[in-house]
Design a protein around this ligand. Structure first.
Ligand SMILES: [Zn+2]
Length: 309
């Protein structure tokens, strides 16, 4: 390859990277950083009620249509944003605003895609098999929120909810799939209302497990009384509710794992979210439960993770 041609290639790549970076809101994360938090101490117990996202979109009184997928255009059939290889860059760094190495992935639909502050998803990624779970769960569980989830996690969720109700519990399902654009709205709101804590209690667009379509936020009707705040849906004290306790001890039997345990804050970079579970299948969920590892810890321990899901 001639030097002139190499420069041309790098120039085109730099342009493409710059546009993508700007379109992504210039997320400063990624680029090979570890997903660890920035050294901030965990917030005091009882603070930071909201979760990796925020309260659900829409309201029970007037259910609004669920936000459309990130784009009305079909996802590209060719690899859309090949990750640049850093080997070419020592003296020819294309641009300081190049796309972070792992922040624009378009994974396949396997269940084990790593999503952290570092490992993000492209705005073009939406799961192929989303279903409306309101058609499968009673109103008392969804409260009318329009919710979607990947087909693969639907039956396990319904079975778990049924078993919880049979045990006398009153589980709520508050969030499921959240598109890149919906997460962008949530992130903006969080940043405006809680600029100091947004980085650990919310996620930048592309960096929420909810975009995978396999993450679920649960609620409990006991929460308002325990917290002492009427109408509250997300709070750390969810772990004190009957539903929170049951999920912590039993969700793995249905294939769900707690994504952000309290003790894994420094690894996950997310504050404790006792209400947020993701579906990984019974085998792995059970292994994680028995080992005490979070999915993120387990995945990172598999070796060089990568930009490959
Ligand atoms: Zn969540």
């Amino acid at each position: 390859m001639s030097f002139r041609f190499l420069l041309l290639v790098l120039g085109i790549w730099a342009l493409a990277g710059c546009q993508l970076s700007m379109a992504n809101g210039q997320s400063p994360m990624g680029n090979g950083q570890s997903p660890m938090a920035t050294g901030q101490p965990a917030m005091a117990n009882g603070q930071s009620p909201m979760g990796n996202g925020q309260s659900p979109m829409g309201s029970p009184q007037s259910p609004t249509p669920f936000p459309p997928p990130p784009s009305s255009t079909p996802p590209p059939t060719t690899a859309p944003t090949p990750t640049p290889t850093p080997t070419l860059t020592p003296t020819l760094t294309p641009t300081p605003t190049a796309v972070p190495a792992c922040a624009q992935r378009v994974p396949d639909d396997n269940l084990l895609t790593l999503v952290t502050h570092t490992y993000g998803l492209s705005r073009d990624y939406a799961p192929a098999d989303l279903v409306n779970i309101n058609d499968f769960l009673p109103y008392r569980v969804t409260q009318g929120y329009p919710l979607q989830l990947r087909q693969v996690a639907l039956a396990p969720l319904v079975e778990m909810i049924n078993d919880m109700e049979a045990a006398g519990l009153h589980p709520l399902v508050l969030s499921g799939y959240r598109s890149y654009s919906a997460q962008a709205i949530a992130w903006t709101k969080w940043n405006e209302s809680h600029p100091d804590s947004a980085a650990i209690v919310s996620a930048r667009p592309g960096h929420s497990e909810h975009q995978l379509g396999t993450a679920v936020d649960f609620g409990s009707p006991e929460l308002p009384e325990i917290v002492g705040e009427e109408g509250i849906e997300f709070h750390t004290y969810f772990y004190r509710t009957s539903e929170g306790k049951w999920l912590r001890e039993n969700a793995h039997r249905y294939g769900f794992t707690l994504s952000y345990p309290r003790e894994a804050f420094e690894i996950t970079g997310f504050y404790y979210e006792p209400w947020h579970f993701r579906y990984v299948g019974i085998e792995l969920a059970t292994e994680l439960y028995e080992s005490g590892l979070s999915f993120i810890e387990w995945k990172l321990a598999q070796g060089e993770v990568p930009c490959i899901p």
